[in-house]
Ligand binder design. Structure first.
Ligand code: COA
Length: 162
């Protein structure tokens, strides 16, 4: 039984994330999408609460066999070990992601060499996509429906109107 972890902030989940999750589910028997309580390299504070982000991921992965979502706090390698996972799966969008991901993978390897980091290349249509781009499009009235799953689209519209 091979279990992989797809970690991230998911503020909110996008079609780019979903592409990585779907492809990870082809490589592993089980995939746990790990939604981080704190923000990664990004910004100042999440738009959606941890519970909201987990719920949006859960709704988006319904129908993907063997895929679930859980919140996590603390070190990613500790969460992966607690879950009985053998690998962390991350998406690589552009060359600019590489240095940061390389550093994270190296630190995680140092902390627990039994957890592999596996990279999946984003397809061209999602190379430029990020949650903050989508949040900005939503806030400024741009068309962003094709970039996010329907539940995230509705949640972003509601937040933009509030
Ligand atoms: N499609 C679309 N967007 C993507 C994407 C993809 N495939 N992959 C990443 N992104 C975007 C995210 O939407 C986010 O965008 P934003 O900054 O515009 O909001 C940005 O890339 C960063 O992604 P994020 O999900 O925040 O991940 P991260 O690479 O910064 O890592 C954790 C987040 C939680 C995995 C990481 O911080 C972590 O492991 N934390 C736990 C502490 C720890 O163990 N640290 C390691 C040792 S130092």
């Amino acid at each position: 039984m091979r279990k992989g972890i797809v970690p991230g902030t998911f503020d909110p989940i996008t079609e780019g994330h979903l592409d990585i999750i779907r492809r990870a589910s082809c490589l592993f028997d089980e995939v746990v999408v790990a939604v981080a309580a704190s923000l990664g390299k990004g910004g100042t504070g999440p738009l959606f609460s941890l519970d909201e982000r987990v719920e949006l991921v859960r709704t988006s992965v319904q129908g993907l066999e063997g895929v679930s979502a859980e919140p996590f706090e603390g070190l990613l390698v500790d969460f992966a070990r607690e879950q009985g996972a053998t690998a962390v799966v991350k998406g690589l969008r552009a060359i600019t992601d590489f240095e940061y991901e390389f550093q994270m993978a190296a630190v995680n390897f140092e902390l627990n060499p039994e957890i592999e980091t596996v990279f999946i290349m984003s397809p061209p249509q999602y190379m430029y996509l990020s949650s903050s781009i989508v949040r900005e499009l939503a806030a400024l009235g741009g068309d962003f429906e094709r970039f996010v799953p329907p539940c995230a689209y509705r949640a972003l519209l509601e937040r933009a109107r509030a």
